[in-house]
Design a protein around this ligand. Structure first.
Ligand SMILES: *Cc1c(COP(=O)(O)O)cnc(C)c1O
Length: 235
């Protein structure tokens, strides 16, 4: 018995149910398996069960996993979803397929400059600071469109949409309220941008509300791989 395979089935059912409840096609909600802090074996179980999209938060850990799996499965898709230090952009640009956490122009410019010519454009999302706290990463609402216009000019990036990590709320309605401003901004920006099709929101604790709000990609860690242990992380 493999619990990760069962968890994948369970989460897929939960996505289907949440989509059905609000009259959406479940095919419009992608599942990103967030494997940060989890060992190679956990990802191997998920790939054996047919899963292909993985999210990582820490640059070196993510690159090590990508290099491990590249010779085994060339069709895996790797998403960088963690905070970005500008001195780590090269490793991200050279290895990942997607970046969800672009939040300033310096990082966007470096990612584009450092993306190798023989790789497809890096698919990027702008992370929005939905809670308005100075301490959180993410672009302020007022600055999103200027950053989007700048990214649209960068040759090795394709801007695909928006991402957010709201403050944790346990109540479904409160979760919907937290997602609402991002959804409105996404719809508005999508109207004039042909490649803008991805709204990355929803984690293990708020995926139902995220799907009801219009999320096109949920980022799920705990519900797939179990609770995380940070005690032996070196980064
Ligand atoms: C860790 C993490 C997740 C997954 O969170 P869970 O609650 O374990 O599902 C999703 N998104 C980001 C950006 C994360 O850092």
């Amino acid at each position: 018995m493999c619990s990760i395979k069962q968890n994948l089935e369970q989460v897929t059912r939960q996505i289907d149910n949440a989509a059905q409840k609000c009259g959406r096609d479940a095919a419009g909600v992608q599942l990103l398996a967030v494997s940060k802090t989890k060992p190679i074996e956990a990802i191997a179980h998920a790939t054996a069960a047919g899963h292909r999209q993985f999210g990582e938060n820490y640059v070196q850990e993510g690159v090590d996993k990508i290099l491990h799996f590249r010779p085994l499965h060339s069709d895996l898709e790797w998403h960088f979803i963690g905070p970005i230090q500008s001195n780590k952009t090269r490793l991200i640009a050279e290895h990942f397929d997607w970046v969800h956490s672009v939040d300033r122009s310096k990082v966007a410019r470096r990612l584009s400059e450092q993306r190798p010519d023989d790789m497809p454009p890096l698919q990027v999302l702008i992370q929005i600071n939905t809670s308005g706290e100075a301490s959180k990463s993410g672009t302020d609402f007022e600055e999103v469109k200027a950053l989007a216009d700048e990214i649209d000019q960068l040759p090795h990036l394709t801007l695909r949409g928006l991402m957010c990590i709201p403050q944790p709320e346990s109540d479904h309605d409160a979760q919907m309220v937290a997602f609402a401003p991002l959804v409105a901004l996404f719809e508005e920006m999508k109207a004039t941008r042909p490649h803008f099709d991805t709204l990355s929101m929803g984690m293990s604790g708020d995926m139902d509300a995220a799907i009801a709000s219009g999320s096109t990609m949920v980022r799920i860690g705990t519900a797939l791989f179990g609770a995380r242990d940070y005690s032996n992380r070196g980064e």
